[in-house]
Design a protein around this ligand. Structure first.
Ligand code: PEP
Ligand code: MN
Length: 339
């Protein structure tokens, strides 16, 4: 909570406010600005009566600090952030919904080029695909690394799609920046603070995935790390959280869309693939996400899901994607958006 004094408040009037807030068991931190003095109150703010303090002489207003994050907050920036993506500078966070599709992992030249072509034909703006994969088991497929990045760049040259790919470790950032249009920070790394700061030092848009047990505040504080380090282009990606439920891989919390809208100006993208774990659930969750106000979708799509090296169960085919895009368009238009 912050008490803003009116310009010209006297020392004794400021001291009076300090006494009041001390009576509430709070500590004061006085900031003398050029025009006015501000008294920041430290401690359990719930004990203080905002209205009562506002009633004190020469107090202009009492501003509750609603959120621990600042730069990510609507309190600091009211208009929605629009992030230019790729060579076409598609504005994510604008009227149009940006759809990103592609396999969980880049597996081969044919696989990524075919997927990219069909995703572009369907009307997607981005191609996803991990070259570096964060796998639960060290024995699982770890990705093609540099070779995978080169294949993604080739797919971009052929289709014009923006490349979205994950940076798993600090040492990869420089190289991934050479090839990617958007840096993905995976759910497992959402609280890897040195990594967040390091991508914050780049100029690339960052797709930040919500940690699988991260609260909304923790998610926004992770975004705050990136913005605070100098990169305002943060895209929030909900990808489902761990719950007791077993009928899904993760529980896709679509209610986070309106909750985030109340708190932040950053664009919101939904990942219905990791958010459910099953291909058959992906189309309906895409439509629901768009209806609920998502700015974009990131969908796992594989030409042959049954033979995918990772996340085959949740990958849709390019044919399904094509039909789905038409439905996404209709829902988007129903909520005054488009694709
Ligand atoms: C992915 O996008 O393939 C991925 C690993 O996602 P997450 O970090 O959300 O698990
Ligand atoms: Mn995956």
């Amino acid at each position: 909570m912050i008490v803003v004094m009116k310009p010209g408040a006297s020392k004794s009037q400021i001291q009076h406010v300090v006494h009041l807030i001390r009576e509430y068991g709070l500590k004061e931190h006085i900031i003398h600005g050029t025009d006015r003095t501000v008294v920041a109150c430290l401690g359990d703010k719930r004990a203080a009566d905002k209205g009562a303090i506002e009633n004190a002489p020469m107090v202009e207003k009492v501003v509750p600090i609603l959120a621990p994050y600042k730069m990510a907050s609507l309190e600091v920036k009211k208009d929605k952030t629009q992030i230019p993506i790729g060579a076409d500078k598609f504005l994510l966070g604008g009227t149009k919904i940006g759809v990103i599709a592609g396999p969980c992992a880049v597996e081969s030249r044919d696989q990524i080029l075919q997927t990219a072509r069909q995703a572009a034909e369907a009307g997607c703006i981005g191609l996803r695909g991990g070259a570096y994969k964060p796998r639960t088991s060290p024995y699982s497929y770890q990705g093609l690394g540099t070779e995978g990045l080169k294949l993604l760049a080739e797919a971009r040259r052929q289709t014009g799609l923006a490349v979205v790919t994950e940076v798993v470790g600090l040492e990869q950032i420089e190289q991934v920046c050479e090839y990617a249009d958007v840096l993905q920070i995976g759910a497992r790394n959402m609280q890897h603070y040195p990594l967040l700061e390091a991508v914050g030092h780049t100029q690339k848009p960052v797709l930040l995935k919500r940690g699988m047990s991260a609260s909304l505040d923790e998610f926004l504080l992770a975004a705050e790390y990136i913005i605070n380090a100098g990169n305002p282009h943060v895209i929030l990606c909900e990808r489902g959280i761990r719950t007791f439920e077993a009928y899904v891989r993760n529980t896709l919390s679509l209610a986070i869309i309106p909750a985030l809208r109340e708190r932040t100006h950053l664009p919101i993208v939904i990942d219905p693939s990791h958010g459910t774990g099953y291909a058959y659930m992906v189309p309906s969750m895409c439509l629901a996400a768009v209806a609920a106000g998502a700015d974009g979708l990131i969908i796992e799509c594989h030409p042959d899901p049954q033979r995918a090296v990772s996340d085959g169960a949740q990958s849709i085919t390019p044919d399904i994607l094509k039909g789905l895009m038409e439905k996404i368009r209709k829902v988007a238009q129903a909520v005054d958006r488009d694709v």
